[in-house]
Design a protein around this ligand. Structure first.
Ligand code: PXP
Length: 236
C-alpha cells in the first residue's frame, strides 16, 4: 500500500482570501498527521500566493512525520530550503500564471539548471525528488542526475475524458514507474488524484507514495461544513 503525502497548499489558499490568522496551517498539518498522513507537502511558490516562508519555518518545527517542500530551481528558494532543511525537496516546474503545477519538469531541456539545484540541496543533506511526466526520456534524465527519487505527474490520467485515454495514460504511468525502479529510483506520484480515480493507481506496486491535495481539501470543506454550522448554531 502506498504512503500518503497530504498537500495543504489549498488550506493556505483559503486563508489568503482574507489573509486570516483564523486558519492555522500547523493545526491543519497536525490533523492530517492524526488522520494517518505519512508526510505533509507544501509548495513555496516564487510568488508566495499561498504558502509563505513563515509557514514553512513553523511547519518544519511542528511536523512529526515528514516535511516535503515543493520548490522551483530559483536560487533564493533553493537557498531558503537549505536553511530550513525539509526532509525532502521536490523540484517542480513553475509558471507565474498557472493555476496549479500544469506538467512535469522538463529534466532533459533544463538538465544543467536542475543538476545545480539538486547538488546544492543534497549537499545540504536534503533528499531530492523530481516531479516529471511519466515519460522514458524524463526518467532517464532523472537517473543521469544521480538523484534517488522521482514523482510521476498523474494529471493526464486524472484529466482523461474517456476510458480509452485513461487506460493509455495509466499504462504510461505503470511503464514509467517500472523503468524508474529498474534504474534504482524510488517512485512517488501525484496530481489530480481523487476519491474516484485513485483505485488503479494504488495497484501500481512500484509507486511508494501518493501526494494528494486538492481533492482532500475539497472533501474537507464539504464534509466539515455540517459540524461548522452546528457549532455556530449552538452559539446563537
Ligand atoms: N504533487 C506535486 C508535485 C504537486 O505540485 C501537486 C500540486 O500542488 C500535487 C502532487 C497534488 O496535486 P493535487 O492538488 O491535484 O492533488
Amino acid at each position: 500500500m502506498p504512503e500518503l503525502g497530504v498537500n495543504i497548499d489549498h488550506i493556505a489558499s483559503i486563508r489568503q482570501i482574507r489573509d486570516s490568522k483564523a486558519l492555522s496551517l500547523q493545526q491543519a498539518a497536525l490533523i492530517c498527521e492524526q488522520a494517518g498522513a505519512d508526510s505533509i507537502v507544501v509548495h513555496l511558490r516564487e510568488d508566495r500566493r499561498h504558502i509563505n516562508d513563515q509557514d514553512v519555518s513553523l511547519l518544519r518545527r511542528s511536523i512529526k512525520t515528514r516535511l516535503n517542500l515543493e520548490l522551483s530551481v530559483a536560487r533564493d528558494i533553493v537557498d531558503f530550503a537549505c536553511k530550513i532543511k525539509p526532509d525532502q525537496a521536490t523540484i517542480v516546474p513553475e509558471k507565474r500564471k498557472e493555476v496549479t503545477t500544469e506538467g512535469g519538469l522538463d529534466a532533459v531541456s533544463n538538465f544543467k539548471k536542475i543538476k545545480l539545484a539538486c547538488e546544492k540541496l543534497e549537499n545540504c543533506g536534503i533528499s531530492v525528488s523530481l516531479f516529471i511526466d511519466p515519460e522514458i526520456k524524463q526518467i532517464e534524465a532523472a537517473a543521469r542526475l544521480g538523484i534517488k527519487k522521482v514523482e510521476l505527474h498523474t494529471g493526464r490520467y486524472a484529466d482523461a475524458g474517456n476510458k480509452i485515454s485513461r487506460d493509455k495514460f495509466l499504462n504510461q504511468i505503470k511503464t514509467a514507474a517500472q523503468l524508474a525502479r529498474k534504474k534504482g529510483l524510488r517512485v512517488f506520484a501525484g496530481h489530480g488524484l481523487d476519491y474516484r480515480n485513485i483505485g488503479p493507481i494504488v495497484k501500481i506496486k512500484d509507486i511508494e507514495e501518493l501526494n494528494i491535495g486538492y481533492s482532500i481539501v475539497c472533501r474537507a470543506a464539504l464534509f466539515g461544513l455540517k459540524q461548522a454550522v452546528k457549532e455556530m448554531k449552538a452559539l446563537l
